[in-house]
Write a protein that binds this ligand. Sequence first.
Ligand SMILES: C[S@@+](CC[C@H](N)C(=O)[O-])C[C@H]1O[C@@H](n2cnc3c(N)ncnc32)[C@H](O)[C@@H]1O
Length: 312
Amino acid sequence: MSIKVENDKVVKPFLKWAGGKTQLLTKLEKRFPGELINGEIENYYEPFLGGGAVFFFIKSKYKSLKNFYLYDINPELFIAYSVIQKNVDNLIESLGIIKEEYLSSKNRKDYFLEIRSKFNSSLDSINFQEYNNTWIERTSQIIFLNKTCFNGLFRVNKKGHFNVPFGAYKNPAIYDKTALINSSQLLDNVKLFLGDFELINDHIKENSFVYFDPPYKALSSSSNFTSYSRDNFDDHAQIRLANLFKQFAKTKSIKLMLSNSDTKDGYFDSLYNFDQIEIKRILAKRMINSVSNKRGEINELVITNYSQNLFD
Ligand SMILES: C[S@@+](CC[C@H](N)C(=O)[O-])C[C@H]1O[C@@H](n2cnc3c(N)ncnc32)[C@H](O)[C@@H]1O
């Protein structure tokens, strides 16, 4: 699904990412702070960037925003965003080669497995700290794997190896050149950080909007969709996040919005039970059972430190 924004720019998240917010954008936007809608807010922070659906939407639409700070703990995501920001032309070239090889290969599954094994075997030699040209090929590989693997997932095992099987799609759209170029333009002048969400402490300023979309707490022990990286987002991390939210919430000009799952035990109602916090429920289509791949409508939480007046 693509996101249409003003002046008809189409920005398709370049990766399919668990927990992507494309389908919820309209509902979330209605609950954005009035100060963002009115053009008063200057700084935007997203400490759990993922597929970036919310960032791309906000950056294209809200022109009063001047500074953008994006964070994710996943190093593969970090290098992909950095490459799209700095070197989209070479990335498109590299993707063109992969696509050509894939389409002309006698056995597409074998080609997929070959790229997957190259991607995994180069993990130890990649320097994730400093931008370098090896990131370009790696980004083209991850985009290719994400588009051709089963269910379009990104999942790694404990060693950090991508382990999703081949997807056998007839005609997978491996990349969309225009959307990549648009994404690159939107990433211009944006600050990207690899690391834990608490890094935001080093950068937070007044007159800001922060959108938090952490890995969701599992609704039950059998529905755990939070394996984006080797680091689990456990209850300890949820508590660290609630403490940070509470600390920022004291500053009136910092507007906070956080999404999470609506666990039946009211876990987040108690965790975010402090002054001036509003917790609302919105309906979302989600995988409700990882085993049967069943989708259904469930409630998700939207937690803010301002009142959620619904904007049209
Ligand atoms: C639900 S996803 C974000 C979805 C995103 N908003 C979208 O629309 O695609 C959560 C992200 O948090 C990242 N993450 C997990 N633990 C983290 C941590 N401690 N600090 C920062 N990011 C983390 C994961 O790598 C994942 O990309």
